[in-house]
Design a protein around this ligand. Structure first.
Ligand SMILES: [Zn+2]
Ligand SMILES: [Zn+2]
Length: 617
């Protein structure tokens, strides 16, 4: 097969996501310029298809060129040509041309809550605002009030949202931070593969610590801890393509930044000091300070648990030298458990090391046994091609079986959620039939017939009761009317909960990380209604949502609310996000008992029956 113009050598860094991103941006720019909606849609569809493919496009292109690409549904001649361009050059001439005509940064304007397509076009065309920075300056100069169609309330909302976006600069979502951290660790491990073991003969250790290990939803600093030969570690770290700026290099600490401004720090320690350093580099500043107080109180010395240099510039030099000498003679710890036990503390899981009182609880050995990923037996929220998902009912079931799940619930959107191609009652009945038919083929997984039913603006459910009665599992959620007043949204949700139908209220605040903020809602009232009506709150595991977040999940837990952790997958690959839901649950101190989808199937079914019986009264 010809490979005209294609230099793919198996090493090119372009993956499907990069290609999808280019098409997504093309679609956005075309839309911004009011181009033909069908053209916009075709690029958008191509992006979605590519994002959902498990096979590498670059490999497929290398194998069969354009004709092989055109076998993919929705990929025609024009787009396949552009894919070839992108996998060999990282971009396409068409995209570059569009970018030249319109500054790509205008697309960022829509990240601001209150700025839709029309407003962003107006801001650019009438007022020459081309980026978030310019919008901020424009807003500070009170320019927004002169934009047609923007009332005072919207202007306030835009200003608030701009401030939030500003505060998120340099932050990565947990999934992106985790992937970046893992790829750097892999690179370091690889770089040491050919290096002979050092004099101590111990094999090197390289692991993620810091915010990523604690599972913070947004990460502005990635910490990696290593013990091993310093020079090759430093060389591999500083030459990593993802780190664009090396800030400082010391034999024990190298600091760099990514293109987006996230700090990445490599800590290098002696093998003997590894676990003490793991404790120090994992915990928040507050947690580490609490530990230091414990150490001081007990008059213990722990080898390797010395100031790392960050955030402690004020320490007197002389004091530090003496302290370091002390630490050389201190207790040696071979694990983190030993470290905490040496202080008469229960082992504190990384997710709890935030300095929020965990040390006092650990002192009394009252830390709970936190829920684990292995305890999750099913997933209650997912979409298929019946609404805006990318895989069929069958494909989702197959993927769930591969994860070893005992049960899932398929929950496509209902019709008022138009952008998500929601089901009419007739369509939902058809889907139910399909689920029943396909599910009969599998005796190792129970497939619940469900729906994600929209809560309409008056609190009624977007599906007639006789259809709801046919379902095993009902998710309710809000996808519109985000701008209602706080009490109005709260009442609306409570009314939906009180219908007796919903099993769970999903993504309860509606926030999108790095996107829009939460809508106004009084969660405490919602928690109360949920408890009274036997409705669970969702901890949505999508790294874009993580909603409820760990703070509110903690409040809900204390109020006595039950949970489900669901991925809201829109493709089979989405199931992998369960890890982020579980880590968030752990940060909220949740145990398996709090989480419905840790129940074995039999237990789950009797729960569902109880709920149904209560509704029948
Ligand atoms: Zn939803
Ligand atoms: Zn959903």
């Amino acid at each position: 097969m010809e490979q005209a113009g294609l230099n793919y050598d198996g090493k090119l860094a372009v993956d499907n996501r990069d290609v999808a991103l280019v098409f997504e941006r093309i679609a956005d720019l075309l839309e911004f310029n009011d181009e033909n909606p069908f053209k916009v849609r075709s690029y958008r569809l191509a992006a979605e298809t590519i994002e959902g493919m498990s096979e590498s496009l670059a490999e497929r292109a290398a194998r069969g060129g354009a004709s092989e690409l055109q076998k993919i549904p929705g990929i025609g001649k024009t787009i396949s040509g552009q894919i070839l361009e992108i996998v060999s050059t990282g971009t396409s001439a068409y995209f570059e041309q569009l970018r030249e005509e319109t500054p790509e940064t205008v697309l960022d304007l829509r990240r601001v809550s209150g700025v839709g397509l029309k407003t962003s076009q107006l801001l650019y065309r009438e007022f020459g605002v081309t980026s978030l920075e310019e919008l901020k300056a424009f807003a500070e100069g009170d320019g927004l009030l002169s934009v047609a169609g923007l009332g005072e309330k919207t202007v306030e909302r835009i200003k608030k949202s701009l401030a939030r976006i500003e505060s998120e600069r340099g932050f990565l979502r947990l999934n992106d931070a985790t992937e970046l951290a893992r790829s750097i660790v892999d690179r370091l491990v690889e770089s040491l593969a050919s290096v002979p073991a050092g004099p101590s003969g111990e094999s090197p250790r390289i692991e993620i610590s810091g915010q990523v290990r604690r599972g913070r939803e947004m990460v502005d600093r990635i910490d990696i801890l290593a013990s091993g030969p310093v020079d090759p570690l430093v060389a591999a770290f500083t030459s990593s393509g993802q780190l664009t700026q090396v800030k400082s290099v010391r034999p024990d600490r190298v600091e760099a930044r990514t293109l987006k401004g996230t700090t990445v720090i490599l800590h290098i320690v002696d093998a003997d000091d590894y676990w003490a350093a793991m404790v120090r580099t994992t915990g928040s500043v507050e947690h580490v300070r609490d530990l230091e107080a414990q150490i001081e109180e007990r008059g213990i010395r722990i080898k390797g648990f010395k100031p790392t240099g960050d955030n402690r510039g004020a320490r007197a030099r002389k004091g530090r030298r003496r302290e370091e000498a002390d630490h050389e003679r201190g207790v040696r710890v071979e694990s983190e458990e030993v470290f905490y036990n040496a202080l008469d503390l229960q082992y504190v899981p990384p997710e709890l090391r935030e300095g929020l009182g965990e040390i006092a609880v650990a002192r009394e050995t009252r830390l709970p046994r936190l829920v684990t990923l292995e305890e999750i037996r099913g997933d209650f929220h997912m979409h298929t091609t019946w609404s805006d998902g990318q895989n069929s009912v069958r494909e989702m079931i197959e993927a769930a079986r591969l994860r070893g799940y005992e049960y899932i619930s398929i929950t496509d959107h209902t019709m008022s959620c138009k952008i998500a191609n929601g089901n009419t009652p007739e369509e939902l009945l058809e889907e139910i039939e399909e689920i029943e038919t396909v599910a009969r083929e599998f005796d190792d997984i129970r497939v619940l017939k469900g729906a994600e039913v929209d809560i309409l603006s008056d609190g009624s459910l977007d599906m007639p009761n006789d259809v709801l009665d046919r379902l095993d599992w009902i998710v309710c959620s809000i996808h519109s009317g985000f701008n209602q007043e706080r009490q109005q949204i709260t009442d609306r949700v409570i009314r939906a909960i009180e219908t007796g139908y919903p099993n769970v209220f999903a993504h309860p605040t509606g926030r999108v990380l790095g996107g829009r903020g939460p809508y106004e809602i009084d969660l405490e009232q919602v928690f109360q209604a949920a408890i009274e009506n036997d409705v669970r709150l969702e901890l949505n595991a999508s790294p874009y949502r993580l909603d409820l977040n760990s703070y509110w999940a903690g409040v809900a837990r204390q109020a006595g609310v039950g949970f489900v952790i669901s991925t809201d997958s829109h493709q089979a690959g989405g199931f992998a996000n369960m890890q982020y839901g579980v880590i968030t649950a752990r940060r909220a101190w949740l145990t398996a008992d709090h989480v419905l989808n840790t129940l074995p199937l039999s237990g789950l079914l009797s729960e569902l029956e109880r709920k149904r019986a209560a509704r029948r009264g």
